[in-house]
Design a protein. Sequence first.
Length: 155
Amino acid sequence: MKPTDIERESFRIIDREAGPHDFTPAQWQIVRRMIHTSADFDYLRTAHFHPQAVAAGLRALRAGKPVITDTNMARTGIRKQDARHFGVDVSCHMDDPAVHAAARSSGTTRAEAAVDAALAENTASDQAEKIRLMRLALFADLEALQQSGTVNLPE
């Protein structure tokens, strides 16, 4: 089988195994890819989206905003031809010796130091967009936790 045939069959199996769900078609494309990458069907119940998250992510990609990840596995999972198509740089600084040193000296995790290093490379507008996207993700998580009864947020 060709790689594209394997991927198509994998998605068909995921669609069958997942069954009905409440994701929008755009959200399902993301969740299905997450399941495909990790083989973790728990994403069916743990993935939550802010209503503007997909549109904001697409705007950022179309604007050529960099993709920053704190794992090399996620970095390598982003297809190079797709990154080139959108003109985005994909970076992960986890293996950078300077990041290791920064994490040790500040008492933080390498992941935190890696993201800090990547943010330092980007413009203020890129940083503002990342903060906005992180806020969207955080509020989506909080809303999901509140709806599930896990937390009660003050009005």
